[in-house]
Ligand binder design. Structure first.
Ligand code: ADP
Length: 733
């Protein structure tokens, strides 16, 4: 190699070395910088960590001091708690999961009267043992071992029921033990001696109060008896006197006696009912009854008063509603009588409308009934409305003072409806009228007591004549529901105008302005002799007296129950004598050739009542004998062989119940059963059951009503006895 080449080579190498050096230097520099950065980061981190360490140290310090404070607090709390536990009068103890005592307060320990063994560490079982062995507990009738077994069993249950133990000194301790999470038990022993004593006193006081209440009820029953017995004489005699020949003035006196007597009885009944409800003595007697009929009966009862005041009474009973329900008919009638009675009393013109609608929920046998009584009377001022269901609350003002009343009727009605699970309300506007309503849920009785009646084939179209629109509406609806065509007119002249061959029968109102129903009947007959006419009258008695009565095929009282209307229409089948619906229908028994009179025995100790009874029945063709007490009744029963016995319940020597029981025993020897009707002044609940249980068949409360007694007699007249009403005598109304 030449020198030049060597030099060039060297230079090249040097240059390469220099480049390498430069590169390495650059790398070194970069590494240095990185190192520097890292070192800085590290030092930053160190600073940060130091700060954190400081914070943690501070925190640690704080926690430590907090802990100390907390410790102190816990100690204080524990001390206070224990102090409190120590000061309470009741015993307090803890037990661990093995039922060993951890601690107990002084009261707990006091029971053991310093027994050494009872201290922390003692077992519950040992405590029970000491309680019995030392005679601390009075286990009553149960042997100590049984008592301990019972107490141990209780203790071991997951949540023991509180129990009361009696100590030797007569103190009562209630033990309440609570098992905690870990199995520890907190045991409380409360001294309830005072409470027990108080409870005993309360029980005694309650027994005394109940006895007093019973005494009150008995007093009420006796009162009712005592008052009703003489009232029976007063009202009964007045009724009899009324039937004798009297001049106008005497009649007025007699009527006043009778009305006052009856008014007094209403008041007695109200007060009795009210007291009974108050004493929670009133029991409902549910049974199947016909609601529609019940309403009509109440309306009929009030009809005479309404008629005198020219108030129209209307019943609108939903055609698609069943009529037979299960409820207490007596009590429902009482509410209806009160509401309707008030409506008639406080109305001087217009109408009183009873409306019944109802709803039956699917799958339920109960019907929600909604009954309203609407009147066009004096109404009640808005500020008074709220109070009228309260007792003795009458809307006192000049106008109202002219009306009589106890002010108890609505209070009783409200309580009765509530007792039946319903609600009662009123809407009223002064001077316009009132609407009282109640809602009741009653079971529907599907076994309706009446069979369906078929209508004659030829009957297709009926004409209804009535001056009152509501009546036309209801009767029209009822007839349509029977599947007949109906045409309603307002008065006689319109009826005559409309009359043609298409009508098969006419149902006409009796009292109408201008031409009345009987006059219309006369004119109709002149035009069409074959046309049957049925009269709806609020006074069937008066209709019967009219010569035109002979032209009528039937008389129905107003308002007419649906069934009765149907019966009258069904009866148009053949030529028939006039059909008159009056009470009591059973009395007018068919004349017969039987020779012997019906034998009736009446057991009654009170001479006045005997007289009343005898006079009431004097027009009847019967053989009546009296017994003065139960013993005489039995004797006469055997000698006289009566067909029917009326039996007073309260009689000296032997009462009516016992006499009836004995008669039933005698009958047990193969004699046929004689019907016995109880006569009683007792209107208290429970009597009914007691009386019927004694073998009596019926129950009449005093004062006795002629109609009721005669109905009973007619009902039980045997076939071989003569008709009770002599053939030439008219049936009593
Ligand atoms: P009584 O009718 O015996 O006074 P009630 O308790 O039945 O007692 O009625 C209380 C009062 O409510 C009545 O005195 C009367 O002021 C008012 N009242 C009740 N019904 C009606 C009614 N239909 N129209 C107007 N006021 C009535």
């Amino acid at each position: 190699m030449s020198l030049a080449n060597k030099l060039a080579e060297e230079r090249r190498l040097r240059l390469a070395a220099e480049r390498l050096l430069e590169q390495k230097q650059a790398e070194l520099f970069a590494a240095n910088r990185k190192l520097g950065l890292h070192a800085r980061k590290l030092s930053d981190e160190i600073v940060e960590t130091r700060a954190e360490v400081q914070t943690v140290r501070d925190e640690n310090q704080r926690v430590k001091s907090d802990l100390t404070v907390a410790h102190e607090k816990v100690e204080i709390a524990e001390r206070r708690l224990w102090h409190s536990i120590e000061t309470i009068q009741d015993g307090f103890a803890f037990f661990d999961v093995d039922s060993l005592m951890i601690a107990a307060n002084k009261s707990y320990l006091a029971v053991f009267d310093g027994l050494e063994e009872i201290r922390p560490g003692v077992s519950y079982v040992r405590i029970l043992q000491l309680l019995t062995e030392e005679g601390i507990v009075d286990t009553g009738d149960s042997p100590p071992a049984d008592w301990r077994a019972m107490m141990t069993g209780r203790w071991q249950s997951p949540s023991p029921d509180p129990t009361v133990i009696r100590l030797w000194n007569g103190q009562y301790i209630k033990l309440i033990d609570q098992r905690g999470h870990g199995g520890d038990v907190v045991s409380l022993a409360l001294n309830i001696t005072e409470t027990v004593r108080y409870e005993k006193e309360l029980k005694k006081a309650r027994e005394r109060a109940e006895a007093a209440n019973r005494a009150k009820s008995t007093f009420l029953a006796n009162m009712s008896h005592e008052i009703r017995t003489p009232m029976n004489g007063v009202v009964g005699m007045a009724e009899l006197l009324r039937d004798t020949t009297l001049d106008e003035e005497q009649k007025l006196y007699v009527d006043t006696i009778k009305n006052s007597g009856e008014a007094l009885l209403v008041i007695i009944n109200d007060v009795l009912d009210y007291s009974k409800i108050e004493a929670e003595k009133l029991v409902l007697h549910p049974e199947p009854f016909d609601l529609e009929r019940c309403i009509h009966e109440v309306v009929l009862l009030l009809q005479p008063v309404a008629r005198d005041k020219s108030i129209e009474m209307v019943v609108e009973y939903d055609l698609f509603l069943p009529t037979v329900f299960v409820g207490d008919p007596g009590r429902i009638r009482q509410v209806l009588t009160n509401l309707l009675g008030n409506a008639v009393k406080f109305t001087s013109r217009g109408h009183v409308l009873v409306r019944v609608v109802g709803m039956q929920h699917e799958g339920s046998t109960e019907t929600q009934l909604h009954i309203t009584v609407e009147d066009t009377g004096i109404g009640i001022a808005a500020e008074k409305v709220e109070h009228i269901f309260g007792e003795f609350n009458q809307v006192e003002d000049e106008r109202n003072r002219q009306f009589e009343g106890t002010g108890l009727g609505l209070a009783i009605s409200e309580k009765l409806i509530k007792l039946m699970g319903g609600t009662i309300w009123v809407d009223s506007e002064e001077g316009v009228g009132s609407c009282f309503g109640f809602r009741l849920a009653l079971e529907t009785d599907d076994t309706g007591p009446e069979e369906p009646l078929g209508l004659p084939e030829h009957l297709k179209k009926i004409m209804v004549v009535d001056d009152l629109e509501v009546n036309r509406l209801i009767m029209g609806k009822q007839i349509e529901a029977f599947g007949l065509k109906v045409h309603c007119v307002e008065n006689g002249p319109q009826a005559l105008e409309m009359l043609d061959d298409s009508f098969d029968a006419i149902v006409t109102d009796h009292n109408m302005p201008g031409m009345d129903g009987l006059e219309l009947a006369r004119l109709l007959k002149e035009r069409r002799d074959d046309l049957p006419i049925i009269l709806a009258s609020s006074d069937p008695g008066a209709a019967e007296q009219d010569p035109a009565f002979a032209l009528i095929r039937g008389v129905m009282p107003k308002p007419t129950p649906r069934r009765m209307l149907l019966r009258h229409l069904a009866a148009l089948e053949a030529e028939q004598r006039p059909q008159v619906d009056r009470l009591p229908s059973a009395v007018a028994s068919t004349p017969s050739a039987q020779s012997r009179p019906m034998r009736i025995l009446a057991a009654e100790d009170n001479k006045t009542n005997q007289l009343v009874f005898e006079k009431m029945l004097k027009s009847l063709d019967i053989d009546l004998k009296f017994a003065g007490n139960g013993i005489e009744a039995i004797e006469l029963y055997q000698k006289f062989a009566p067909d029917l016995i009326f039996m007073d319940i309260s009689m000296p020597q032997m009462d009516g119940k016992e006499a009836s029981e004995r008669i039933r025993v005698i009958e047990g020897q193969g004699i046929s059963r004689v019907p016995i009707v109880a006569l009683t002044a007792h209107a208290m609940d429970g009597d009914r059951e007691g009386i019927l249980a004694a073998g009596l068949d019926h129950y009449l409360t005093k004062p006795l009503r002629k109609v009721e007694i005669i109905s009973m007699i007619a009902k039980y007249r045997p076939d071989d006895a003569r008709a009770i009403i002599p053939e030439n005598v008219q049936a009593p109304a």
